[in-house]
Design a protein around this ligand. Structure first.
Ligand SMILES: Nc1ncnc2c1ncn2[C@@H]1O[C@H](COP(=O)(O)OP(=O)(O)O)[C@@H](O)[C@H]1O
Ligand SMILES: [Mg+2]
Length: 374
């Protein structure tokens, strides 16, 4: 899966960008505030229908403009080409298109362009709320298991109904029982899909941990969201009074988490910030790797401000792994030279360089070649 063409109009400070990225490595450099992160944001919008920086769409639209558009041509792993696009306007209107057809939700887009993001927010994976780690688990499950998303959506609906029932003065027990029954089937399904993916994921992680983190005793445990020794239907039945008091369903797949420990202690408390970053890199690489192994497809990596986040040695290591996976990557940084230096040892790769200046993007491949031959 690669992005063959990227067209951006009126997104943040990007008025009009039209580039043909390399199917391998794309290095994007420019001063702070020039628009580098906005380019990655555009790709993420194309992939997921939403930004990694803002939940609102208005801040994304260029000042004094009515809408932004991002359009791309995706070269799929079975060698066909799919045009995909997203437009959002000031009045909230959103349109997602894939292959010339309007698709109803951003999730339909996501299947076309699997994207992994590594930025300063990603590095909060360990310290952040369980929701962040749940999203991490679900990225893989979503992309490898077609049954996951419909089940996940149905669970949201079930929980909404059950929770509103719990808040009523008089609860119809028959109605509750029917929601509990549906919820139990779906919850067990979601757990089954998640645990199969996590088992596959973990078995691929140890080599990466050895290279990246060099700390013994790191362990990942997937927590399903309720006591593993109990049936979910019993959990619901026994927790009824507590759920009623709380006004929501306390236990379930919506409480799943990934517990990351070092010799039994919470990794977020024990590891230094630098070590946490390396662990997160290993987790992100492992995910893309497992995704490829299971599906035969490849995800795109967006790495924002790499030199600011990792030292030279670990930048090279990350680059080595990205290269090994043969995926398309987009990496940003302020200085061209620093970005380029991580790829110096890999002369078989010719990265494309893009210079960003006040929202304008120009390709500068000649400078790159001379840099590599030094
Ligand atoms: N809606 C908008 N309209 C116009 N400019 C914007 C808008 N939102 C943000 N900007 C500006 O876009 C610029 C690009 O930001 P960013 O992509 O984060 O730059 P970089 O990653 O290169 O530091 C910033 O200078 C910011 O002030
Ligand atoms: Mg930036």
């Amino acid at each position: 899966m690669t992005l063959k063409r990227l067209f951006i109009q009126n997104l943040r400070n990007l008025e009009g960008v039209d580039i043909i990225p390399s199917a391998q490595v794309n290095l994007i450099f420019g001063e702070n505030g020039s628009g580098k992160t906005s380019i990655l944001e555009a790709i993420n919008l194309l992939a997921l229908g939403r930004s990694f920086r803002s939940h609102k769409h208005k801040p994304l639209i260029r000042h004094q403009q009515q809408a932004f558009t991002v359009f791309g041509r995706v070269h799929t792993d079975d060698h066909s080409e799919v045009p995909i696009g997203i437009t959002r306007s000031m009045d909230g209107e959103a349109s997602f298109k894939a292959n010339g057809v309007i698709v109803s939700s951003a999730a339909d887009l996501a299947a076309y362009l699997p994207v992994q993001v590594i930025n300063s927010d990603t590095f909060l994976l360990l310290e952040g709320s369980p929701k962040v780690r749940r999203q991490f688990i679900d990225w893989l499950v979503f992309h490898v298991e077609p049954q996951f998303y419909p089940a996940w959506k149905a669970i949201q609906r079930c929980l909404k109904h059950r929770n509103s029932l719990l808040r009523r003065d008089r609860i119809d027990r028959f109605e509750l029982a029917s929601w509990d029954q549906e919820l139990t089937i779906l919850t067990e399904k979601i757990h089954e899909l998640r645990s199969a993916c996590m088992a596959e994921f973990e078995s691929n992680l140890s080599d990466l941990l050895r290279e990246f983190v060099k700390v013994d005793g790191i362990k990942l445990s997937y927590y399903r969201g309720w006591d593993k020794d109990r049936d979910y239907s019993d959990i619901l039945a026994e927790g009824f009074e507590r759920d009623q008091r709380l006004g929501y369903t306390q236990m379930g797949s919506h409480r799943a988490d990934l517990k990351i420990t070092v010799n039994g202690q919470d990794a977020a408390e024990l590891l230094s910030r630098g070590q946490q970053k390396l662990l997160v890199c290993a987790l992100k690489i492992a995910q893309g790797y497992v995704f490829s192994r299971i599906t035969g497809r490849k995800s795109i990596y967006l790495v924002d401000d790499l030199p600011a986040e990792l030292d030279d040695k670990h930048r090279k290591l990350l680059v080595h792994w990205l290269h090994t996976m043969q995926t398309q990557v987009f990496i940003t940084g302020v200085e061209q030279e620093t970005l380029l230096s991580s790829w110096r040892d890999r002369t078989e790769i010719v990265p494309k360089m893009f210079h960003v200046e006040q929202g304008r993007v120009t390709e500068v491949s000649e400078i790159l070649t001379s840099g590599l031959n030094e």
